[in-house]
Design a protein around this ligand. Structure first.
Ligand SMILES: *Cc1c(COP(=O)(O)O)cnc(C)c1O
Length: 374
């Protein structure tokens, strides 16, 4: 058997992530690898931290890029903040909320699960009622942008309710960071994690995370060690914190961090609020076209994510056949339904660099042709 280089086709990625990566970011990725403790690399890591503080809208000192995908960012938040003595309220309205619940169970803490309707925002009223019934709860966790359904929850109000009941908050912002309004300090979010491959349009495998001073206090006052050595933030932080006292913890994915640095510069140059607005504008354009094709949204208009559009597959249309057609004829990827929506809906992503007019036009034209065959 002889092997040759893998040359991927040029696809347009309009699924739930990874999203299209720009040539500017890909070029950054291909620059020479240097040592992860090289002084110049350390300077770049400091810039990544500042740029992430901007993207998250936070002054949190403990803000960094975890060397692992979004799922590890989720786990980092849970294992650092929660011990088996805690009661944790998880608001679940899709696949990623279920994973939060799974994290709580594996830690051995008490789980109070609020099961919300898929395709809808998390109910603020249910959170209020649940916290009134469970004064022992100390943490509230929810997903801001549920990528499995396309629903956006009211993170600001959910955090207000949690604070009123003296709970810390853990927020999944994997799909929201860079794609819709998100203000960590103003909303009082205590622990948050995101992903590199969604609205930042960087390569997969990195998870930006941030912990509030209150969350850092909780981590510092733990009497038991964090069950995961790799994700223990007190150790990871000594790798990321400056002043010449960096301790080796693991080897950072050097080139991937060049790429993240570049994608964050692109976000900074565009302006965070402009990026949020661009996602909304492209969504409006796509929604108009989808309506003309007779496709109906799963999520009510005021709870929709701009960056992830979930539409029902029309009666009698072959899900897999359409997606294969788009991929083979147009090099276009859209997402299949996940969980309860498997086989019932498509997920069309407009994330980061992919949230552009040409992508909207391509997707609408390709879908129109595919549906005409059906
Ligand atoms: C993609 C995603 C994750 C998981 O991120 P990975 O990088 O795939 O591990 C978690 N939560 C949400 C909301 C996501 O969209």
């Amino acid at each position: 058997m002889t092997y040759s280089s893998f040359i991927p086709p040029q696809r347009t990625l309009m699924g739930p992530g990874p999203s299209d990566v720009s040539q500017q970011v890909l070029s950054a990725l291909a620059r020479p690898t240097i040592g992860h403790l090289d002084p110049l690399f350390i300077e770049m890591m400091d810039e990544v931290k500042c740029l992430l503080q901007y993207a998250f809208q936070t002054r949190n000192e403990m803000t960094l890029a975890l060397s692992a995908p979004g799922s590890a960012g989720m786990e980092a938040c849970f294992v650092n903040l929660i011990t088996p003595d805690d009661t944790v309220v998880v608001c679940q309205n899709g696949v990623f909320g279920s994973r939060m619940a799974e994290n709580v169970k594996r830690i051995g803490a008490k789980l109070v699960l609020i099961e919300g309707e898929w395709g809808r925002a998390v109910s603020t009223a249910s959170l209020e009622a649940t916290l009134s019934k469970h004064p022992e709860a100390s943490i509230v966790a929810f997903v801001h942008a549920e990528t499995s359904t396309g629903a956006r929850s009211d993170a600001k109000t959910l955090c207000e309710i949690a604070q009123k009941h003296d709970c810390l908050t853990i927020v999944d912002a994997v799909t929201s960071l860079g794609g819709c309004e998100l203000r960590v300090d103003e909303w009082g979010i205590d622990a948050i994690y995101a992903g590199s491959q969604k609205c930042l349009s960087c390569v997969p495998g990195i998870s930006p995370i941030s912990f509030s001073p209150k969350a850092v206090e909780v981590i510092k006052s733990r009497t038991t060690t964090v069950q995961s050595w790799f994700l223990d933030q007190s150790l990871v932080m000594s790798y990321w914190s400056g002043e010449g006292k960096r301790a080796y913890h693991h080897t950072a994915p050097v080139n991937s961090l060049y790429a993240l640095h570049e994608s964050l510069i692109m976000l900074k140059n565009e302006g965070l609020e402009n990026a949020w607005q661009r996602h909304q504008n492209m969504h409006d354009l796509l929604a108009k076209g989808l309506a003309k094709l007779g496709l109906n949204f799963v999520v009510p208009e005021n709870e929709r994510l701009a960056q992830l559009n979930t539409v029902y597959i029309p009666q009698g249309v072959d899900d897999a056949k359409v997606r294969h057609f788009l991929l083979n004829e147009y090099n276009l990827e859209i997402g299949a339904g996940l969980g309860q929506f498997a086989g019932k809906a498509w997920r069309i992503g407009l994330m980061g660099y992919g949230a552009r007019k040409e992508n909207v036009a391509l997707c609408l034209a390709a879908l129109k042709e595919a549906l005409a065959f059906e």
